[in-house]
Write a protein that binds this ligand. Structure first.
Ligand SMILES: *[C@@H]1O[C@H](CO)[C@@H](O)[C@H](O)[C@H]1NC(C)=O
Ligand SMILES: *[C@@H]1O[C@H](CO)[C@@H](O)[C@H](O)[C@H]1NC(C)=O
Ligand SMILES: *[C@@H]1O[C@H](CO)[C@@H](O)[C@H](O)[C@H]1NC(C)=O
Ligand SMILES: *[C@@H]1O[C@H](CO)[C@@H](O)[C@H](O)[C@H]1NC(C)=O
Length: 554
């Protein structure tokens, strides 16, 4: 074995072994909720042309790559959801892989949850007290329950453990998985009673802790570009293999279509609008001596002959409307019936939102359950350049077979209006069949912020902005309106210090995915699981505490 490999191998199980020696042991059962695209998807179609794929992974493993190479059209058809129902198209059946293997490694050699599983195993975790709650991340959260009973099954397992082992459960969400956990906590309050018990006390009685690992609490900037123009390289960097497949073999338009059909991904739309992300003059996370604020979420330039001029800009609120207007009507309807991205301060409305499933994945529009004995741990990386805002450009007018491209498009959903009653037409009012893409010609190495290929870089863990990772944990949940029971929130930031020898960054990486193998994160998870969560300290390495003071919470 080469020395590097040996050194890497010797790190396996290390955190777990060390803590086991010091007397740490399994206390609470643990459920892991993976992020978007981490869970493998397998084919259950029995039609003659799909039989070759029966029970094989169409997403994850090398089967995926083979399927794309040999039969791209059928692969796309199988993995796209019906844009009206949000479910499998007729004649096709794809389901999430189940069990620990569904998201422990993505393709051979590329681990996701495997390190955490190994380390937990050292403390006497096994399939009787450790579960990976795999889900079909393409579905809207609402449809996860409708089709797969995802949330009611999760609830049953937790109740079963409580009954048989007398223990509450620790829930770990990673990335989008943290939004799924939040949705679950609200779902169980509102819908739980329909399936046996549930209701307002359930969470306090059944959940020991929610470990929020790099949660996309306020969404991700790049989700917006993915819906708009299919530019999803880093959106799906969440999985390099997925990203490779999509970038290499698909046009921007094909990618945008596929991504939009995945209703689950719309949960990562940015939340909180200008109050959180900044206005046209300032953003909370603007660098010192800022030359172009991140508050201008999209800036546009146009070429006229041989000179280029700035033709407009949009703040987070405006960008949100603008992107939505440029998506097909079915997508708009899906968004309006499944999700909500605002910020709610009114206590009466927050109370109403307890019964509105469209709000449950948005921590700014729902109260945490009244669970004073529960604890929240927010663990995330900092110190890796992260996409934050964009330069866009417009192409010539082109006809497009997508729905919004009629001459005078309207959003047809009944409730296709913002809370203030204004309709969906945006500020720039550009023709809808104009093509848009990130303007890769804009580069500025010396600017603040830096601009790389049209992307204005900000702070975060390489995938998710610091604002989304930390703001709710550091500030939002200090407000009784969003956390009435004053559930204690520990924030432990980890500085990104990757090893150059290790492709995955080694013990001190804080990259969005690789952090799942880092020493600090594994230690924190093991401590909470063994009932010693009080040993996980608050730790700040980013300026988040300064940034949250610049946001409009009240
Ligand atoms: C959520 O969107 C899907 C389309 O993806 C739709 O079928 C479903 O009815 C929506 N949910 C609700 C509650 O309207
Ligand atoms: C900002 O600009 C001022 C004046 O040019 C300069 O003195 C200062 O060092 C700059 N700060 C940073 C962080 O670049
Ligand atoms: C950004 O947009 C605002 C409002 O449309 C406008 O007043 C401002 O001049 C624009 N800024 C730039 C740099 O284009
Ligand atoms: C309503 O809200 C939208 C989106 O936040 C905003 O663009 C619009 O200007 C608002 N309209 C009014 C009348 O306040």
């Amino acid at each position: 074995m080469a020395p590097t490999r040996q050194w890497l191998a010797s790190r396996d199980f290390k955190v777990g072994e060390d803590l086991a020696e010091q007397g740490y042991n399994a206390e609470f059962p643990v459920i892991m909720v993976p992020g978007i695209v981490s869970t493998g998807l397998e084919s259950w179609s029995t039609s003659s042309e799909a039989r070759g794929f029966f029970r094989k992974r169409l997403w994850g493993t090398t089967t995926m790559i083979r399927a794309v190479l040999t039969d791209k059209d059928r692969w796309v058809k199988s993995l796209s959801l019906d844009t009206t129902t949000g479910l499998d198209p007729p004649g096709i059946k794809v389901r999430a892989a189940q069990g620990i293997d569904a998201a422990s490694t993505f393709i051979p050699g590329y681990w996701i949850w495997a390190k955490i599983i190994e380390n937990l195993a050292c403390l006497n975790y096994d399939s009787n007290n450790l579960f990976l709650a795999a889900y079909d991340w393409r579905l809207s959260y609402y449809n996860l329950e409708e089709r797969d009973n995802y949330f009611s099954l999760l609830k049953m397992r937790i109740e079963h453990w409580k009954q048989r082992q007398g223990k509450k459960t620790v829930l770990i969400g990673h990335s989008m998985g943290s939004e799924v956990v939040l949705y679950f906590l609200k779902w169980v309050e509102a819908e739980g009673p329909k399936y046996g018990n549930g209701g307002p006390k359930w969470v306090d009685e059944h959940i020991e802790a929610f470990i929020n690992v790099a949660g996309t609490m306020f969404g991700v900037a790049k989700a917006m570009t993915a819906f708009l123009s299919g530019e999803m390289k880093d959106t799906v960097e969440i999985n390099p293999a997925g990203s490779y497949v999509l970038e290499r073999y698909f046009s921007r338009k094909e990618r945008a279509q596929l991504f939009r059909s995945w209703a689950g991904s719309a949960s990562m739309w940015i939340k909180g609008g200008n109050d959180i992300w900044g206005d046209g003059d300032h953003a909370p996370d603007d660098p010192d001596n800022c030359t172009l604020t991140h508050g201008r979420f999209f800036s546009f330039q146009e070429e006229h002959g041989d000179h280029v001029h700035l033709s407009g800009n949009l703040t987070a609120n405006e960008a949100s409307d603008w992107v939505l207007e440029r998506t097909p009507v079915e997508f708009q309807r899906m968004v309006f019936t499944n999700y909500s991205y605002g910020l709610e301060r009114d206590e009466k409305q927050l109370k109403k939102n307890d019964n509105d499933h469209t709000k449950w994945m948005n921590p700014l529009e729902v109260k945490l359950p009244v669970a004073p004995d529960m604890k929240i741990y927010c663990l995330y990386g900092y110190g890796k350049e992260t996409e934050r805002s964009y330069w866009y450009t417009q192409g010539p007018f082109e006809p497009d077979e997508d729905a919004p491209d009629a001459a005078d498009p309207v959003c047809e959903a009944d409730d296709c209006k913002y809370n203030n009653g204004s309709s969906l037409r945006g500020p720039l009012d550009l023709p809808l069949f104009e093509k848009h893409w990130i303007d890769t010609s804009v580069n500025l190495d010396t600017g603040a912020p830096k601009i790389k290929n049209g992307v204005k870089m900000g702070e975060g863990d390489g995938t998710v902005s610091l604002i989304s990772l930390g703001s709710m944990c550091v500030e939002g949940w200090k407000h009784p309106r969003w956390n009435p029971a004053k559930i204690p929130v520990t924030v432990h930031e980890m500085l990104h210090q990757p090893e150059t020898l290790d492709l995955r960054g080694g013990p001190k990486t804080a990259d969005h995915i690789d952090v799942l193998g880092s020493t600090a994160l594994n230690e924190a998870i093991l401590k909470v699981a063994s009932g010693r969560g009080h040993e996980v300290p608050n730790n700040f390495v980013s300026p988040i505490q300064k940034y949250v003071k610049r946001m409009k919470w009240d």
